[in-house]
Design a binder for this molecule. Structure first.
Ligand code: CA2
Length: 144
């Protein structure tokens, strides 16, 4: 196992900080990445931080995390959280622990966000803390 934590972000998260700050906060994804890199340094971890708008790419990256012997995956699959059996299967297909991450708390939002396919396979979940959800999730990954 390596000390690398994959941080995988799904669709539209590249637009963070530009719209809907009342739901997602004002930090951009680059801000979140920079903070997480500082935290990872302190924890003695490396992070591999990525974003894609494509479901299959997230599946490929979960497989890559397994091949590379990642310590953990922090996964904010965004809307695919609530729709993707492919991501559920991929999370179940790997032995690397997956920690589900959300900026908002989907369980307090629209009904269609109450189902989490990722959550059916994730080892843990941190949500509703804004950008701090990623920081808390990285602390959890460090403790694994
Ligand atoms: O709260 C989260 O982190 C979510 O994963 C964000 C997803 C949403 O579909 C999930 O239910 C919860 C949406 C990300 C969209 O990001 C935007 C960024 C800027 C402007 C609009 C949307």
């Amino acid at each position: 196992m390596t000390d690398t934590v994959f941080v995988l972000n799904g669709p539209n998260l590249n637009l963070l900080g530009t719209r809907e700050p009342e739901i997602y906060g004002s930090a951009t994804l680059a801000d979140i990445e920079a903070d997480l890199r500082g935290q990872a340094d302190t924890l003695g971890l490396a992070i591999d931080f990525r974003q894609t708008n494509h479901e299959g790419e997230l599946v490929d990256w979960l497989h890559e995390a397994q091949r590379e012997g990642a310590k953990a995956v922090l996964l904010n699959a965004a809307a695919y959280t609530h729709t993707s059996i492919a991501l559920l299967d991929a999370c179940r297909a790997i032995t690397v622990p997956v920690i589900e991450v959300h900026l908002s708390d989907p369980t307090t939002r629209e009904d269609f966000r109450h189902v989490s396919y990722v959550g059916m396979a994730a080892a843990d979940c941190v949500q509703g803390l804004g950008a701090r959800s990623y920081a808390v999730a990285l602390d959890k990954a460090a403790a694994l």
